[in-house]
Design a protein around this ligand. Structure first.
Ligand code: GRF
Length: 192
């Protein structure tokens, strides 16, 4: 992928649906000198996504696109991405599945973070499934997005030890801390 040179940071969009802790972390990172990306746009499919508040505070352009008619929604997003010259997309807790047509247009330029050690535990309710299976370790993965859910090439992965007392909530908290470090490291790995 194109290297980021000097101040010429890669114009990036973040897609969210919820609390947006990864979004917040990515935005904070983007202000650092060593960040190859600059966050220019936030897309949310939910009007009340908590993460939008932070984008607001930082005066980053945001758009709510509800995905009631997915084809139309994707068309709107693609047009916006082109207008804003967005070259990279970070999915961060975005709960909609993008079509293969959309992904083709941004082939190799969409990353996602998933709260498991992929290829294990694709899809939803990862922490619950991991605990039910008495796994000793879980973790998180940043990967490229392809048309097959949670299956694109892995960029970086971090293992997290599960303790006997872990619940879905404690595991989620442990893993999300690691997600924040992993996503920024993965971005550095992609562009530097
Ligand atoms: C994270 O656990 C991420 O791995 C998954 O959705 C969650 C989003 O959390 N894809 P947040 O909205 O970034 O706090």
């Amino acid at each position: 992928m194109k290297k980021s040179i000097g101040r010429d940071k890669i114009k990036t969009a973040i897609f969210i649906s919820g609390s947006g802790s990864n979004l917040k972390n990515l935005i904070k990172f983007s202000y650092k000198r060593n960040s190859p990306v600059s966050i220019k746009l936030v897309i949310s499919n939910k009007r009340n996504a908590k993460g939008l508040k932070y984008a607001n505070q930082k005066k980053i352009e945001k758009k709510i696109i509800n995905f009631v008619r997915p084809k139309e929604s994707e068309k709107k997003i693609l047009s916006l991405l082109t207008k804003r010259k967005i070259k990279f997309i970070c999915l961060a807790g975005f709960m909609k599945i993008l079509s293969s047509n959309f992904i083709k247009k941004f082939n190799g330029k969409i990353a996602n973070i998933h709260p498991s050690l992929l290829p294990k535990y694709k899809g939803l309710h990862t922490h619950k499934k991991v605990l039910e299976n008495n796994e000793k370790f879980s973790g998180c993965t940043v990967h490229y997005v392809t048309a097959k859910l949670d299956s694109g090439k892995i960029i970086l992965q971090k293992k997290v030890k599960i303790s006997k007392t872990d619940t879905e909530n404690t595991l989620k908290r442990k893993i999300i801390k690691q997600e924040h470090k992993l996503y920024t490291n993965a971005i550095k790995k992609i562009f530097n």
